[in-house]
Design a protein. Sequence first.
Length: 436
Amino acid sequence: MRVVDLIRRKRDSGELTREEIEQLIAAYTGGDIPDYQMSAWLMAVVLRGMSRAEIAALTGAMLHSGRVLDFSDLPGRKVDKHSTGGVGDKTSLVIAPVVAAGGVKVPMISGRGLGHTGGTLDKLESIPGFNVNLSLANFRRVLETCGCALIGQTAEIAPADKKIYALRDVTGTVESPALICASIMSKKLAEGIDALVLDVKTGSGAFMKKVEDAASLAELLVETGNRMGKNVVALLTDMNQPLGRTAGNAMEAAEAIEALSGGGPADLRELCLELAGWMFYLGERVKTVDEGKKLSAELIASGHAREKFREIVRLQGGDVGVVDDPRRLPRARQTLGVTSPADGYVAGTQCEQLGVACVVLGGGREKKEDTIDPAVGLEFHKRIGDAVQRGEPLCTLHYNAGGRLDEARRLVETAYRIEPEEPKAIPPLVHRVIGA
Ligand code: URA
């Protein structure tokens, strides 16, 4: 195999065979192909797409680049959820303990921030000591002990995705249904689950901006999961504005703890109940999704979900004190407010720009080697449809290093669209459910 031939074939809209894809993935994972060649191939895939057969081969090759876990000897159904990525999306931190508290096991393998979107692993690591790099034996032990464990891809699980994900993050090669599908499903099919709930985001802060593109991605994900014998459902959810009140790792961890304690913003709570409701349903814990939502609300109100989160944090080496006092999380030293330039209503946000502003402040990566500042982020004061007065705060930037503050401020200032009239329609939180 000459890698340059595979790059050129994809560049010219040709199709690769299963064997070629398997060799390419194995060679890159083994360190035999340099990043620049893999980046070129990934870019060709973004621009030219892949056939269904190629996507299946890529997913299979990435899945089998590592071990496929088997938890069938542990009692009960195992269910996970995964998001295609958004701004302020901290639902995993809430849902995983809720569902585990309700008796359905959640073995969760998550990702880091990707492009302008945040990642569950980075959010968890903002909790001092929290270890997302458990060995597989420890992953299993934590899962057995408390019904939930959250880790990243390891050298053993989908290592191809670990490498390719980091490369895509910094080479503008995220926005491809084929690559997103292979990335998500290779991790999820490796984690020994029976069923999966997908949160496919759509809107200005999602990788799939148009509802129809998100729906095609959702269908592809559901089909790929079904083909591998998993029960999969995809909720198409809105990302035309950030979810909740914050974006930024520690700020989001604090907000998730608030939601687990029965508070938190309404949109975050509603989406968490919806996703957890589906997980309970696919986990055969309840007969209907509504029953699952009710159970989720009860587990939060009774304190069981929060207690479960404390247990997870303890078992994964984190500081449990943050669950009682989120002020123990890293906090930025400085803040800067962005205010409304006019009286009127928030008519929309360029949500991706808000995500980029968070990255620019140090909350995400622009190069593979970048380290994240867990404390920085954005605090949102207004949502679409809210009335604002000139000079009223729209968003507060929390930062440590001021080097790129102006750039971040400009991104935030131009992300809000203020109109004199109240918007006629507010985007629904859930657009559609696919695969139900
Ligand atoms: N989440 C993933 O795990 N991979 C992607 O490519 C996008 C979102």
